[in-house]
Design a protein around this ligand. Structure first.
Ligand code: PG9
Length: 621
C-alpha cells in the first residue's frame, strides 16, 4: 500500500547510487584566488619521483623560483591557512618572497611524505658512505633542471633557502650546483652532527634526539612519539640508565638510525665523511652563499660558522660568502624575532633580516634587472647594546685574552697567585645537574626553544656546580669571536664530562626590567667528553687524579659586557638529560654503560701558577 502511495521518482541524471566521492581528485573552485598551486612528481636520475609543491602568484612572468627541500611535509608549507590569498597560504618565512612575486617551491626529500624512494637520515653524499647514484646534491640538481624547463612563468633563475635540515639540503645543493642555482641562504644548517650540531657536542650525546629520531624515522609520513608516562624527562631518562638502555626500553633501538649512532660514538669516518664544511671547503665556491645562524641556536649552533670559515679563503672578491647572526633561537629567523625569553631586541629582528638583507641579496642574483644589494660581508646582532652591526669579517678578534679562574671564586685578567691550587666538587651520576629547572620537558617548545637563555642562577648554588665571578666592570668589554676553554682539571674517575659556561651577570637591580636584576645570562656554553682530550677519534681512559689540559672552543659570541655587569664562569660535569651521563668510569662505548659503571668522582679545577684554568676571550681592543 505504501509503495502504491509513494510519489513517482523524478527522472534525473545522477542516479541515487552514484558514488559520492569522485574518482578524480576534487578541487574546490577559489574564485578570486591570487595564486595557483600545482602538486607534481619530479623524476630524479634513478627514476624515483619527488613530490613537489609549486605556488605561482597570478600574473607571474619571468619570475624567479625560491626552492626549499624538506623532510617536514612540503604540502603543509603551502597550507598555513586554506585561503585564496598567497600570503595566507604560505608561512611568515615567505613574506619577503611574496612581496616581490617569487614562485615558491617546496619539495619532499626522497622517502618522506609524498616522495618516493628510500629515506636515509641526512643522506650522505655519494662516496665512501653512499654507493647509490643519488644524494641531496643530485636530487637538488635534477629538481632545479626540471623546474627551469617546466615552469613557464619562471626566468630560469633559482634560489634556495631553508633552516636546519632544510639548511643542510641547501648546502648539499652547493656540491656541484646546477648552473641555474644563483644564490643560497642556508639557515642554521646541520653541518657536522658530531662536533656541535644536532646529535653530539664534542662527543657528548644529546638525548633530546630520541624524540626526533622516532618522529622522523618511524614512518615515511609523521613518525611515532615516545610514550614514557613520566612527566619529568629527568626521571624518565635517569630511571632507564644509559642512553642505550633508554632506547631499548622504548623500542627506539630497532630503528636503523639509532643503531648507526650507537655504532659510531667517536668522531670516526662515519661522521668525518659527512662533515659538510670539509666537503664544501674542498670544492670551488661558485654560488653566492649567505650563511645564517642564531646566537642561541639550541640545535645547530656550530655548522654555519664552520662553513663560513671553510669558504672564506675562496671568497677573493668578497662577493660569494656572507655571514648573518641574529639574536635568535633555532629557526627563529622564520618567525617573530622581537624577543627571546625575557630579552627584548630592537624590533622584529627576524623580519628586519628577511626584508632588509635577505630579499635584496636574492633579488640581486635572481630578479632580472634588480640592483646590486648593499650586503655586508657579516651582519651580526651585537648583544648587550642590542643592535645590528655591519662587519667586514668574522671573527673580529682572535681568542687571545686569557680570563683566569682564581682562588676564592674570583675571576680576572691576572694570572692566579700561588696559594689554594684548586677547587673541587663531587660529581654524582645518580644526581646529574639538570640543564633547565625541573620538571624537564624537552618536548615543550616553551622550554626547549629558549633554553640557552635560561637564568643560570637555577644551578649556581648546587654543590656540584662551581662558579667564579669578576668584580663589576667599570668599562664595556667587547667580545667578537670564539672563546677557547683551557681547563686544567682532574677527576678521580677514568672518564669525565666538562661543561663550561661564560655568563653575563646583570646588575643587582635593572630598573627598566626588574626581572633581569642579577640575571645570569650564558652568552656561550658547551661540553667536552673528557675521553677525547687527545683527539675526537682517539678516546682513551683518563689517568685518575692527574691534572690534565682540557681544551675546547665555545660557540661564537658578539657581545658587550656593559659597565656594572660581572663576568662569570661556571663549571660542572653533567647537563641532564640533554646530554647523556658520563659514567665517570672509562668504558668502550658509553651507550652501553651498565649501572655499575656509573660512579661518583671528585673533580678538581686548578688555578695555580703553571696550572692556570682560563677562557681565552676574543676581546676587541
Ligand atoms: N635540528 C633539526 C635537525 C636537522 C638535521 C638533522 C636532525 C635534526 C631541524 O630543526 O631540522
Amino acid at each position: 500500500l505504501a509503495a502504491a502511495c509513494a510519489p513517482a521518482l523524478a527522472q534525473t541524471q545522477t542516479p541515487a547510487m552514484a558514488p559520492d566521492i569522485p574518482a578524480k581528485k576534487f578541487e574546490v573552485l577559489a574564485p578570486g584566488a591570487d595564486y595557483t598551486r600545482q602538486d607534481v612528481m619530479i623524476p630524479m636520475r634513478d627514476g624515483v619521483k619527488l613530490h613537489t609543491v609549486i605556488v605561482i602568484p597570478n600574473g607571474a612572468s619571468h619570475a624567479p623560483i625560491m626552492l626549499t627541500r624538506t623532510p617536514y611535509n612540503a604540502s603543509k608549507r603551502a597550507e598555513r591557512m586554506e585561503s585564496p590569498h598567497i600570503d595566507s597560504a604560505l608561512g611568515d618565512a615567505d613574506d619577503a618572497f611574496i612581496e616581490h612575486g617569487y614562485i615558491r617551491v617546496y619539495q619532499d626529500v626522497r622517502g618522506k611524505y609524498g616522495s618516493e624512494g628510500d629515506y636515509v637520515m641526512t643522506r650522505p653524499l655519494r662516496g665512501p658512505l653512499n654507493n647509490t647514484q643519488v644524494d641531496h646534491s643530485t636530487d637538488a640538481y635534477d629538481t632545479i633542471d626540471w623546474l627551469v624547463k617546466n615552469v613557464k612563468q619562471s626566468n630560469g633563475k633559482v634560489g634556495m633557502v631553508g633552516s636546519s635540515y632544510e639548511g643542510f639540503t641547501v648546502l648539499m645543493a652547493l656540491v656541484d650546483p646546477h648552473p641555474a642555482l644563483k644564490a643560497a641562504v642556508p639557515e642554521s644548517p646541520m653541518v657536522d652532527g658530531w662536533r656541535g650540531d644536532d646529535w653530539f657536542h664534542n662527543g657528548a650525546f644529546r638525548e633530546s634526539n630520541f624524540a626526533y629520531i622516532t618522529g622522523q624515522n618511524a614512518a615515511p609520513g609523521k613518525g611515532a612519539e615516545i610514550v614514557t608516562g613520566i612527566h619529568d624527562d629527568y626521571d624518565a631518562f635517569l630511571r632507564a640508565g644509559s642512553a642505550g638502555d633508554f632506547a631499548h626500553r622504548y623500542g627506539i633501538d630497532q630503528l636503523n638510525f639509532t643503531k648507526k649512532v650507537f655504532e659510531h660514538p667517536a668522531y670516526d669516518g662515519y661522521w668525518q665523511h659527512q662533515a659538510l664544511d670539509k666537503i664544501l671547503g674542498a670544492r670551488p665556491l661558485t654560488v653566492p652563499t649567505m650563511n645564517l645562524v642564531s646566537r642561541w641556536d639550541q640545535e645547530d649552533i656550530y655548522g654555519a660558522y664552520a662553513v663560513y670559515a671553510a669558504l672564506e679563503p675562496k671568497d677573493k672578491n668578497n662577493d660569494r660568502n656572507f655571514l648573518v647572526v641574529g639574536p635568535w633561537r633555532h629557526s627563529q629567523v622564520n618567525g617573530d624575532g622581537s624577543s627571546l625569553g625575557p630579552f627584548k631586541w630592537s624590533g622584529d629582528t627576524a623580519a628586519q633580516f628577511r626584508h632588509d638583507i635577505m630579499l635584496p641579496f636574492f633579488d640581486q642574483y635572481l630578479m632580472d634587472g634588480a640592483p646590486k644589494a648593499d650586503t655586508p660581508p657579516v651582519w651580526s646582532y651585537q648583544t648587550g647594546p642590542n643592535r645590528w652591526h655591519r662587519l667586514d669579517k668574522w671573527p673580529l678578534a682572535p681568542a687571545a685574552t686569557p680570563l683566569y679562574l682564581q682562588a676564592s671564586g674570583k675571576l680576572g685578567f691576572d694570572k692566579p697567585a700561588a696559594g689554594s691550587a684548586y677547587d673541587e666538587y663531587v660529581s654524582d651520576p645518580a644526581k646529574p645537574v639538570p640543564f633547565v629547572p625541573r620538571p624537564v620537558r624537552m618536548g615543550d617548545g616553551n622550554v626547549w626553544r629558549p633554553w640557552l637563555v635560561t637564568d643560570q642562577r637555577a644551578v649556581v648554588d648546587r654543590p656540584d656546580v662551581l662558579s667564579w665571578v669578576s668584580e663589576p666592570l667599570k668599562a664595556p668589554l667587547q667580545l667578537a669571536g670564539q672563546p677557547q676553554v683551557k681547563l686544567v682539571a682532574s677527576t678521580s674517575g677514568t672518564d669525565s664530562d666538562w661543561v663550561v659556561k661564560l655568563i653575563d651577570v646583570y646588575p643587582d637591580e635593572v630598573a627598566r626590567q626588574p626581572e633581569l636584576g642579577g640575571y645570569q645570562l650564558a652568552i656561550a656554553m658547551d661540553i667536552l667528553r673528557g675521553r677525547y682530550v687527545d683527539g675526537f677519534d682517539k678516546p682513551h681512559a683518563l689517568v685518575a687524579n692527574k691534572p690534565t689540559n682540557f681544551q675546547f672552543a665555545l660557540p661564537n659570541v658578539d657581545h658587550v659586557f656593559l659597565p656594572g655587569h660581572r663576568i662569570m664562569v661556571q663549571v660542572q660535569s653533567s647537563w641532564y638529560p640533554l646530554y647523556d651521563r658520563n659514567p665517570q668510569t672509562f668504558v668502550p662505548n658509553i651507550f652501553y654503560a651498565t649501572p655499575a659503571d656509573y660512579q661518583k668522582a671528585t673533580q678538581r679545577i686548578y688555578h695555580a701558577p703553571g696550572q692556570e684554568s682560563r677562557i681565552e676571550l676574543p676581546v676587541v681592543k
